[in-house]
Design a protein around this ligand. Structure first.
Ligand SMILES: [Zn+2]
Length: 310
């Protein structure tokens, strides 16, 4: 289980010039406030909510409306790293959506008259539906993918048992995401708990995940890696960089991630602030209607990041 909401707002405040002002007897120092950006974490979106890992479709649609109405616009993790806020109008706030585990509920097709249509009840379908009435809500989110896990967690479904999703549709979905502005993130092959395996297996899990993404979208540069269950490998450096050699062909695959996503920890500091750790980013798991509370806390504490640069 993952604890959420434990991050400390006190950490948002950086005291400055404390020693100097105390010594001179001037009024107490003003804390400088570090603006923060929420990286939201979603897993399964189904008919009914269930615990931390399943939210309902109604909840998801409500989250989209809530964020839109409160002046948030989506960007990807890669855009956050690049300080690329061009999709966020001045005065508004960026929000990063991350979707973990590549479940069929996130991206499904339905076949109609021999043509594939995006299932309007899947996350992507609901996102597109929302765009029809909110055209300035762009296709920006980061999908942290499993390429070969059980129960259909394999590039959004690998068999008819999984929401009717055929294996032949998997690569098409990844290409569609990239072509439409979404980001692909590696989340290993089958969600191995990386703290339990030797270095070689850790690197194989990550490298094969990257290879699978490359098979779908040749040459795609994977910049973001999400730790399964937030568990770091014994050698944490292997979450960012490593390599694996395929035994039969002897072909080596190397990976070099710019950032690693954790599973909790709350909104990250502005990338313009010195406390921003671009190599590891914390997230906020959305469930049980907790998104509104998060947004309220960002507003009430004055720590909500708003775009001010042209
Ligand atoms: Zn996961």
């Amino acid at each position: 289980m993952v604890l959420q909401g434990k991050w400390l707002w006190a950490g948002c405040l950086t005291l400055v010039s404390l020693a100097v002002t105390e010594f001179q007897g001037v009024p107490a120092p003003h804390p400088s406030i570090v603006p923060r950006i929420p990286i939201l974490e979603y897993h399964l979106v189904r008919t009914r909510a269930d615990g931390q890992f399943v939210i309902s479709r109604d909840d998801f649609r409500r989250d989209l409306r809530l964020l839109y109405d409160r002046g948030y616009r989506p960007i990807t993790v890669a855009q956050l790293l690049d300080k690329d806020f061009r999709d966020v109008p001045v005065g508004m706030s960026p929000v990063v959506f991350t979707f973990d585990d590549a479940s069929p509920e996130q991206f499904s097709y339905v076949e109609k008259d021999g043509a594939l249509e995006i299932d309007s009840t899947s996350v992507i379908g609901m996102w597109l539906e929302f765009q029809k009435t909110h055209p300035d809500w762009k296709s920006r989110a980061t999908f942290c993918l499993l390429s070969g896990a059980q129960s259909g967690h394999s590039f959004f479904g690998d068999g008819a048992n999984w929401n009717g999703q055929l294996p032949a549709w998997r690569f098409k979905k990844l290409r569609w995401l990239v072509d439409n502005g979404f980001e692909l993130c590696n989340h290993t092959v089958w969600h191995a708990q990386l703290n339990k395996f030797p270095d070689a297996v850790v690197q194989e899990q990550i490298a094969r995940g990257q290879l699978a993404i490359d098979s779908a979208v040749p040459g795609y540069r994977v910049r973001t890696f999400a730790l399964p269950q937030g568990l770091w490998p014994t050698d944490p450096g292997l979450a960012w960089r490593g390599s694996w050699t395929e035994p039969k062909a002897g072909k080596q695959t190397s990976y070099d991630h710019e950032t690693v996503l954790e599973v909790s920890g709350g909104p990250v500091p502005s990338p313009f602030d010195s406390t921003f750790e671009r190599r590891r980013l914390t997230r906020f798991m959305v469930f049980g209607g907790n998104l509104k509370s998060l947004l309220d806390r960002l507003d009430d504490s004055g720590t909500r990041f708003k775009r001010s640069h042209e």
